[in-house]
Design a protein around this ligand. Structure first.
Ligand SMILES: Cc1cc2nc3c(=O)[nH]c(=O)nc-3n(C[C@H](O)[C@H](O)[C@H](O)COP(=O)(O)OP(=O)(O)OC[C@H]3O[C@@H](n4cnc5c(N)ncnc54)[C@H](O)[C@@H]3O)c2cc1C
Length: 373
């Protein structure tokens, strides 16, 4: 029987970053169902840090996370957690109002350049001529999820914490002040605190523990990679996104990647790309850029898991002692992970609240259970 102080279910970026943070104060064990960390959402993302998604809360969590990515602790090792990549949000004439509104929201978080048609095409020569307006954040960060996962794991292990892979929690019960987790291989783990960081499976884990689920909805998103036109200066290209949620693309390992920003409701699963969204990605790429997608080099899909109000839940469960929610990271789980981990540390261990611009009340799990008066 393994008896840490804190058990974390889920070895994605949420579980590992939270585990690393609380391991400063407690003995921590992470249980991950797969044989490797980051196999699901954390290993399938677009890996950008940018402000053009989510709402004020998500942007505040992102802003608070930036210093960590730019200046990671020495214990993370030598590998940088990302590199600079400008972010360009572009619009046609008929989309200008939406761009103006987004600019006003983003200006609270990032230093932006307003671009005319010429500026847009200087930054991204691949866009068609009808991209006539843009806003650019020259300080976007393309994150390295592998370095991020491994850095957190290194910290966790350096402080005596443990990761068990191939350890799927299959039964959970609470007795005499401790949570008991039995894996599908029959191994038993017990701890007074259980952190539910199971990504798309977080509601399923809650149900297993007899805790009321939040109503999480995983949504599938697809990415394809393909060749850029010859002579494209890939290393100068931005992460380019339409002002509406239609298309984004960016350089990727000597090629381009693109997503049609699909949001197909799904159950928790090993998400696979669907031919329809693969075709849509290629179609939208050709619709908005001068690129011809002649051969799709690779494709993948992953799940972005949302709470009913699209804000994360980082909080103790109200209906079960010692059960902690860390769920609903949607499409922003990498770029907010340092801030969320610091919040977990504060709420579980009692360190000072780390982010003045975010209130604990905004992250309550209980907000989904309030009955109408
Ligand atoms: C296409 C795409 C693009 C994205 N782009 C970005 C982006 O640009 N920037 C950004 O910040 N975010 C982005 N995201 C979102 C980001 O990837 C997620 O928010 C983040 O990875 C969620 O992390 P997680 O740890 O909660 O989930 P996961 O990485 O899925 O980890 C959960 C883990 O829990 C494990 N688990 C489940 N059930 C059990 C069990 N019973 N026992 C043990 N283990 C269990 C799973 O195996 C899994 O490894 C994107 C996502 C996708 C799919």
């Amino acid at each position: 029987m393994n008896r840490p102080d804190i058990l974390v279910i889920g070895g994605g970026i949420a579980g590992l970053s939270a585990a690393a943070a609380v391991s400063r104060h407690a003995r921590v064990t992470v249980l991950e169902a797969e044989e490797q960390v980051g196999y699901h959402s954390s290993g399938r993302s677009a890996t950008m840090l940018h402000y053009a998604l989510g709402d004020r809360l998500v942007r505040a969590l992102t802003l608070a996370s930036r210093p960590f990515f730019e200046n990671p602790p020495a214990s993370f090792g030598e590998v940088p957690l990302g590199h600079r990549m400008p972010v360009l949000v572009h619009a046609r004439d008929d989309e200008r109002e939406a761009l103006d509104a987004l600019e006003a929201e983003l200006a609270l978080f990032a230093s932006l350049d307003r671009l005319d048609a010429r500026g847009v095409h200087e930054l991204c020569p691949l866009l068609k001529d009808d991209a006539t307006h843009g806003i650019a954040d020259r300080n976007g960060i393309r994150l390295d999820p592998h370095a991020l996962l491994q850095g957190n794991l290194r910290e966790l292990r350096g402080r005596g914490g443990e990761l068990r892979t191939g350890a799927r929690a299959a039964a959970i019960d609470y007795a005499d002040g401790v949570w008991n987790v039995t894996t599908d291989k029959g191994d038993r783990f017990s701890a007074p605190v259980l952190v539910n960081a199971a990504g798309s499976w977080a509601d399923a884990v809650a149900r297993m523990a007899g805790v009321q689920p939040l109503g999480l909805q995983p949504k599938r998103r697809t990415i394809i990679t393909f060749d850029a036109p010859p002579d494209t200066e890939l290393d100068k290209l931005p992460f380019a996104k339409t002002v509406g949620d239609e298309l984004y693309f960016a350089p990727e390992s000597g090629r381009l990647f693109a997503s049609p920003m699909d949001e197909v409701p799904s159950g928790p699963c090993d998400a696979q790309p669907d031919e329809l969204e693969v075709a849509l990605a290629a179609y939208r790429m050709e619709e908005r850029t001068i690129v011809k997608v002649q051969r799709i080099h690779s494709r993948w899909a992953g799940l972005r898991t949302f709470t009913p109000d699209h804000r994360p839940a980082v909080d103790w469960a109200v209906d079960a002692p010692g059960f902690f929610w860390l769920a609903g990271q949607g499409g922003f789980g990498l770029q907010t992970s340092p801030a969320m981990a610091a919040i977990v540390e504060s709420l579980i261990v009692g360190t000072p609240w780390p982010i003045p611009d975010v209130l604990p009340a905004e992250l309550l799990a209980a907000r989904f259970f309030r009955q109408p008066a």
